[in-house]
Design a protein around this ligand. Structure first.
Ligand SMILES: [Zn+2]
Length: 224
């Protein structure tokens, strides 16, 4: 299905895919959480990209929470509740309307051994798709089972709590996946770069506070 989508994406974009140099976001985005999280995957370059060759996820991000030692869990990390981000509130990144939801996928309980739930009904796990503008949609995935509080058709506002971080779908440990897409359809939309508003980016103990900025892999990020 992803290969079929790729043909569509290239045709619809006439071979020129959206990129940070030419694409202007239509909505004003904030990170979909409070507190400081780590960008474990994602960025605007091929080197940092979550998955450069997967056109639907080229500018996607995976976020977790780590402690001062860089660990994402306490104790042994063998229990979902050991993970700092598990159960954290996920917030609406910009005003919009909920257009698609999945809320019934089980959280994978086996953590700490890098395995994933091959038997899951959907590798995306529990997710939300929010329309922010004509051709701009948020996709947020791996939410906790039955934690999504909104329904299709609901108007949502920036910073509104939508659900909780989980470990559903293909996920080696609790995290959230966030990307912007050009259409509602996850399989055929092009991934869009996300310029965040009012953001703090920390890398190698250097903090930058930006009015508008893209973010990159291995940065500790938070809304300011
Ligand atoms: Zn991801």
């Amino acid at each position: 299905m992803q290969l079929i989508g790729h043909v569509d994406i290239r045709l619809e974009n006439k071979g020129r895919l959206p990129n940070p140099a030419t694409y202007k976001n239509k909505a004003n985005y904030r990170l979909p959480f409070s507190e400081e999280w780590l960008t474990v995957n994602g960025g605007t370059s091929k080197e940092n990209s979550h998955s450069w060759s997967i056109l639907t996820q080229r500018y996607a991000y995976d976020f977790i929470i780590v402690n001062e030692n860089g660990l994402s869990y306490k104790n042994e990390g063998k229990d979902l509740n050991d993970y700092f981000c598990f159960g954290k509130e996920i917030l609406c990144p910009a005003d919009g309307i909920i257009v698609e939801i999945q809320n019934t996928i089980k959280d994978y309980k086996r953590v700490g051994d890098n395995s994933i739930d091959w038997k899951t009904k959907d590798f995306r796990g529990n997710y939300l798709i929010i329309q922010h503008a004509k051709d701009e949609f948020s996709f947020i995935a791996h939410l906790k089972q039955k934690s999504i509080k909104v329904k299709v058709g609901d108007s949502v506002t920036k910073s509104q709590a939508l659900g909780l971080c989980g470990n559903s779908g293909h996920s080696t440990e609790p995290h959230i996946h966030f990307h912007l897409q050009s259409k509602k359809n996850f399989w055929t939309a092009a991934s869009l770069p996300i310029r965040f508003a009012k953001i703090s980016r920390k890398q190698n103990a250097i903090t930058m506070i930006k009015e508008h900025s893209y973010i990159e892999k291995n940065e500790l990020v938070k809304n300011v």
